[in-house]
Design a protein around this ligand. Structure first.
Ligand SMILES: [Zn+2]
Length: 333
């Protein structure tokens, strides 16, 4: 029987639950999940007074292998795919028609509006999955991924995608001074992505352990004005600090969110200094391919802690105080 992590009641602990095996319908596939990340966003959703749905299965970024296909599917048995956060979109709004479904107002998100991927199996529409195409020169993947590789790949469809999308959203055409605020799951990847793209990278975080991680990844402590900032935390203080540090015409990409986050900024700062704030949520399909390429080239090495499904209810608490350096990844197998 498939096993998943479920939140059954608001304000209670999650449990490992057995659920009936489901056959995929038309255009659906059933995946065997090899790895699924668990992060601050999941913690935020699981601890709301009124979670978006109950019971709720978290998990919005994962990697899995197709083990059953429904009618009219183009994905094949045995194919390895990335499970991305967007579970569906309306298909007709301006955002969807502009191939930018991540900003669709009618979108449903995995682990939020529909069940997420944190379990042994997931049945989902194949349109929401990204076949994992390997860069030229990379050996074909083994039948079963090595745990570290599975963990790293799980981040490609979410955290790494967002990190690449956010850095690219800055629109920098020359090597620049880039500050990363918040060195968690997305932030520690954004540091590496910005470095790989030739920028001088600075990092800030309230947690000294995370600053140490950023230093090991090649980021320097903040030491003056910067051209651009990736803010990977919903903290208004971090954003205010980014605004203060930016040079005129500077750009900010927001890559951290929380259901209750609010920002308080000086309008004069934004208007007179010509600052731009953009969303760094996920990215384009090209950003995703770039992220997978950076992973396989070794230029981005996710810092991950691997845990089993049975360890999740106890380990989830580690995320409470803004987590720990890197990302927790669950190996459900
Ligand atoms: Zn739409």
């Amino acid at each position: 029987m498939p096993r998943v992590i479920q939140l059954l009641k608001a304000r209670e602990a999650v449990e490992v639950v057995e659920i009936p095996s489901k056959n995929p319908g038309p255009h659906e596939v059933r995946l065997r999940i090899e790895a699924c990340a668990l992060g601050q966003l999941d913690w935020n959703l699981l601890t709301l007074d009124a979670p978006p749905r109950l019971p709720l299965v978290p998990g919005h970024e994962a990697v899995g292998v197709v083990e059953a296909v429904g009618a009219n599917c183009t994905l094949r048995m045995g194919e390895r795919v990335l499970v991305t956060p967007l579970a569906s979109s309306c298909g007709t709004c301006n955002a969807c028609r502009g191939r930018d479904a991540r900003h669709c107002g009618g979108a449903s998100w995995r682990g939020m509006h529909v069940d997420g991927a944190l379990g042994t199996h997931l049945v989902t529409h194949e349109k929401t999955l990204v076949p994992l195409e390997l860069p030229l020169g990379v050996e074909p993947l083994a039948e079963v991924l090595a745990p570290q590789l599975a963990g790293a790949l799980a981040l490609s469809g979410g955290s790494l995608w967002t990190a690449v999308g956010a850095v690219n959203a800055l629109g920098l055409v020359h090597p620049s001074r880039v500050a990363v605020f918040g060195v968690g799951g997305v932030g520690h990847l954004a540091v590496q992505v910005a470095k790989a793209l030739g920028h001088e990278v600075f990092a800030a975080d309230a947690d000294p352990e995370r600053v140490t991680l950023a230093g090991a990844l090649g980021a320097k402590p903040l030491d003056g004005p910067v051209d651009a900032a990736v803010v990977c935390t919903p903290s208004t203080q971090a954003l205010q600090q980014a605004v203060r540090l930016l040079r005129a015409g500077g750009r900010i990409a927001l890559a951290g969110s929380s259901p209750t986050g609010r920002i308080d900024l000086s309008v004069a700062d934004l208007v007179w200094r010509g600052l731009t704030i953009r969303s760094g949520l996920l990215g384009t399909r090209e950003d995703l391919e770039e992220g997978v390429g950076l992973l396989f080239s070794g230029k981005v090495k996710p810092s991950i802690e691997l845990v089993t499904l049975d360890e999740v209810p106890a380990r989830l608490w580690a995320l409470r105080d803004l987590g720990f350096p890197g990302r927790m990844v669950v190996l459900p197998g």
